[in-house]
Design a protein around this ligand. Sequence first.
Ligand SMILES: C[S@@+](CC[C@H](N)C(=O)[O-])C[C@H]1O[C@@H](n2cnc3c(N)ncnc32)[C@H](O)[C@@H]1O
Length: 235
Amino acid sequence: MTRPLSPSVHEAAMPPIITNEIDYWDHYAHGVTDKPREEALKHAFGWTQYEGHGPGDELLGDPLSALELGCGRGNAVAALALKGVEATGVDLSAAQCEEARQRWGDIPGARYLHAEVLGLLATTDQRWDAIYSIWGALWFTDPKRLLPLIRKRLSPGGRLVFSHAPAVPGSYGIQGMYGNGFKGRRVWIYRWAYEPATWADLLYRHGFVDIHARVEPAPEREHVGTLIVTAQAGR
Ligand SMILES: C[S@@+](CC[C@H](N)C(=O)[O-])C[C@H]1O[C@@H](n2cnc3c(N)ncnc32)[C@H](O)[C@@H]1O
């Protein structure tokens, strides 16, 4: 007869129960390792997956107010607030928002909202000078639904900036992926992938101007670069 596992060993061996997108992102949140505060702030604002590489917050212009879509731990929001920007981060993961508030809640001007981006943007009447997303919710939301809402919530001439992985060549549009492994509970999430020219076209058709969409090369040749897009709300 096999000996039953003690409760603690049994619990440790249990696979996570992930059944939907929110569970997925909460689970993701628990896997994030936080650096000490000062160190986290040093590279808090970056668009690429390579620390200290690529452009910084200058892409936002000189906003008085900014909203980050899918802010995760909220480091970038904290860094902007320390520069005097009224900076708000929104994230659908309660775990991420809670961590962000605990870590950065003492910084005047930094605010973290627990919400889903489409719901927030559709119901608020606030406007921001800059709306941005760093490998965040913009990547995981249908741009045809999201871009009109962003356009409405940007101040006239306000900027939209976002970054995420470039499309895998030949694989464009909606991309589904299982989020809990192929043997776990069924959960999937979606991402949207386009070439820079397609992003430019999409943005233009949704009322954006001065659009720059490109792939920032990685620090090493042949490594995965970063799609970075900037655009301005047409007046
Ligand atoms: C890959 S993480 C990036 C977090 C952060 N921007 C960073 O650079 O560390 C993506 C974040 O987007 C959030 N997210 C995904 N879809 C979202 C949505 N529809 N509304 C709000 N947040 C969302 C997730 O909860 C997660 O914290």
